[in-house]
Design a binder for this molecule. Sequence first.
Ligand code: FRU
Length: 497
Amino acid sequence: MKKFATLLLCFGAMLSLHAQDKPLYEEPWRPQYHFTPARNWMNDPNGLVYLDSTYHLFYQHNPFANQWGHMSWGHAVSNDLVHWKHLPVAIPEQQDYRIFSGSAVVDVNNTTGFRKGEGPPPMVAVFTAHQEGKNQSQSLAYSLDKGETWTVYDKNPVLDLGKRDFRDPKVSWYEPGGYWLMTVSQPIEKQISFFRSPDLKSWTHLSEFGPEGDTTGIWECPDLFRAPIEGQPGKYKWVIMQSPSPYMQYFIGEFDGTRFKSENKGRILRPDYGPDYYAAVTYNDLPSGMAPVSIGWVNNWRYAGDIPVKPWKSAMSMPRSLSVRQTKKGWVLISQPVYALKELELEKMVDRKDVGIFPFGMPQAGGSWHLTVEWSVGDSDRAQIRLAKGRVHETVVGYDAVRKEVFLDRSKADDFANSEYRKMGKWSIPMELEKGQLKLDIWYDQGIVEVYVNDGQAVLTAQVFPDEQDQELRIGSQRSRSPIRDLVFVPLRSAWK
Ligand code: FRU
């Protein structure tokens, strides 16, 4: 009888587990067109590299739990940066160190000598070997089958300064000099160090950049890349993008093969002005002529482990195509979602010109959509979109013409009780509009909000955790002085089904 009762209990437990656990990619707040691991923890994107029509995405991953730990490189591939296929863990944690962030390159000329006979060029990952509380050094792993299987280099580390904090190497081929260039972080000193190498194995120090700009948090995940100047084909500027915890900043300037010089003129510039964008880096080895593409981690270390989602934790941003623009105030980075995302768009539900000043309301039609609103914002008005709105919840995005700023307010978005998250409700960026012209592109995905202002002049990314019933969308302005010129609402289909 006792046995039977136990059996019954087990069966009951199984049933109730089953009832709670929704199928993968159908759980509450599961993004439908942002990348998430099927299960378990994820942080920084790592080793973004393109080879033979395939975009590789490696990422900081705990294969065993939905919390940070056992750091390893998870792996996924895509042909369009939108539909991803999960692959087995590429580089698992080792006996005496964890696999922290880093990058990957295609060693076309076999400078490493990792390829012995015929076959595709080695794909080489350069990562930080992390020994808790003791040492961080730069190490290699390589793949001779285009990223499918990996071998950890038996003569690691390749760059060790004997420091506790020295991490996140971004390596790429520096064509003008004909050498590998490493951009790596000295987090405590708030500096970025540059090194060069002929073979990825022996490294020579070049210079340091920083501290400069935002020096409030430790510096992590640096990247140095060349971005095209808008409207000037064949012309480029050098960009450093890095993460002064828990946000990001960028510098635009020149790099001469040894040293980077910023032209920010004392301004602090951010690739994203929202709370949830970190550790973004760009792809290596993209086809020539393609603009740099970055991916960032949509989360914030202040509350990352506590967000109420399972069985995965954290998403990646939409891949963003980058360029630079010269403005009256100086250089700015322009970010646009990669075009392939458009292919997920279903039929437009609203497509209206000259809507006027009337407030506009509609159901959100599920949780994944793209809304474009073009406004002529009137004097001292506040033009705003209230989304994921229910009886008590709402997230508000808009432009305040009195304060002259674009804002995102998630302070009433949800009931997520984390105290750090609750402190981080309101976000804004000062912005002067030309003749009141404002264009907001809001990409919403089951609680991830990415707002692109005036075609990518600024971006704000935030995550919110509304209830299932919080489904209303309202567009209008406080003083009815802001006519809407164009309004397009289009639901998106899932990239996972
Ligand atoms: C940034 C970071 C990196 C480190 C990794 C560890 O988010 O702290 O500096 O390599 O995460 O997971």
